[in-house]
Design a binder for this molecule. Structure first.
Ligand SMILES: NC(=O)c1ccc[n+]([C@@H]2O[C@H](COP(=O)([O-])OP(=O)(O)OC[C@H]3O[C@@H](n4cnc5c(N)ncnc54)[C@H](O)[C@@H]3O)[C@@H](O)[C@H]2O)c1
Length: 338
């Protein structure tokens, strides 16, 4: 069996998981190289997992001609440059969202991908590969709820990781761009339409630290789509009970919900505290299979020479909504997209 040799950049919270999936859970892939500016992360992974090559310099990794593809999970500020350099060096590229920070970078990344049409490019909107979201999409496409007319999305990170979110804030691009972008992508996918106008509000209700970066700790947005469908979004960083990702799609003949109660599993505990269900703890737990499925899809696309369903255009369109939301929040008025 031909194995696709992948070099993975970024070994932080999510990058390590992607690297682990490539190394141990994708039969037709091999983690041939890892890269991080934190030398200790490189040394640990290289030694513990027996990875042939380790780099602290991304450009040096790109000179390794044994590699077929690059998986990018560095800080968002690095994505645009690394996508461009990896494509230029002839590699297939998987990149975490977003394509870049600021619409200029996002458009530049799009140009670079378009200039390398012969190479596979996939963007990390992993929710599309989550079994429940994929099932919901299939049911919508099969007409189970009629024509979708509205979507409602909640995306709330656990308050237990608030210190990390504050530390990450400077390089994140803001609440709408960093977090709600997943829901904006889902809305385009599930409603099968692009956004027409956005109105967003929000504030630093508890963590004023975000204000230093023009960011907020809780925000909401209302969107109208080109097909007149409606969207309501809430994104926050202070979920007391765990990690809460919830989506509802209302159609002309019914509705469906995904993750309404973010149960950890099917276990209900009855004891002196009453009858309880635990909550899913974070993105690595909730989307465990989605991260694996998306990387498997990337590798399969390379082997079968077919374009991934989630590509650069999805990154651009979702970024446009996220930026319009941030602009609307700052200006206090509706922003119309082209
Ligand atoms: N799809 C999702 O659900 C999801 C979830 C979390 C994070 N993300 C995205 O993944 C990316 C990484 O997030 P994280 O939480 O793992 O970040 P992190 O800060 O934990 O890790 C970043 C990693 O990138 C490395 N790095 C940074 N700049 C580099 C450079 N120039 N060259 C080489 N290595 C470099 C760091 O050393 C570190 O290993 C972000 O862009 C984020 O938006 C996506």
């Amino acid at each position: 069996m031909k194995k696709i040799k992948i070099g993975a950049v970024g070994l932080g919270r999510l990058g390590r998981r992607h690297a682990e999936n490539i190394a141990f859970r994708i039969p037709n892939a091999e983690l041939a190289a890892v890269c991080s500016i934190v030398q200790e992360e490189v040394d640990t992974v290289k030694k513990e997992w027996g990875i042939p090559y380790g780099y602290s310099d991304f450009e040096e990794m790109l000179t390794n001609k044994e590699l077929d593809a690059i998986s990018i999970c560095s800080s968002s500020t690095e994505h645009c440059r690394q996508i461009s350099q990896a494509l230029e060096a002839g590699f297939h590229v998987f990149s975490e969202k977003p394509l870049g920070i600021g619409m200029e970078e996002v458009q530049l990344a799009k140009q670079r991908v378009k200039a390398h049409q012969g190479q596979i490019f996939q963007l990390g909107f992993m929710r599309r590969f989550d079994p429940s979201y994929a099932y919901a999409k299939q049911k919508i496409d099969e007409g189970y709820i009629g024509k979708p007319i509205m979507i409602r999305c909640y995306g709330v990170d656990p308050i237990s990781v608030i210190d990390g979110a504050i530390a990450f804030a400077e390089k994140s691009g803001g609440l709408f761009f960093d977090m709600a972008i997943h829901d904006f992508d889902l809305s385009r996918w599930l409603l099968d339409s692009e956004a027409k106008s956005v109105y967003a509000i929000g504030a630093c209700f508890q963590y004023k630290e975000f204000a230093a970066y023009g960011d907020i700790d809780n925000g909401a947005a209302m969107i109208q789509y080109k097909n007149d469908a409606m969207g309501l979004f809430y994104a926050g960083r202070m979920c007391a009970h765990g990690y809460h990702i919830e989506t509802e799609v209302i159609g002309t003949k019914g509705s469906l919900r995904i993750g309404t109660v973010p149960y950890k599993n099917l276990v209900t505990i009855a004891n002196e505290n009453g009858v309880t269900n635990e909550c899913v703890g974070g993105f690595l737990e909730r989307f465990e299979s989605a991260y694996l499925n998306e990387m498997q899809n990337f590798v399969d696309c390379i082997i079968e020479n077919r374009k991934p369903d989630v590509g650069v255009n999805d990154g651009v369109k979702s970024a446009e909504i996220a930026y319009a939301a941030a602009e609307s929040f700052k200006a206090g008025k509706i922003v119309y997209l082209d």
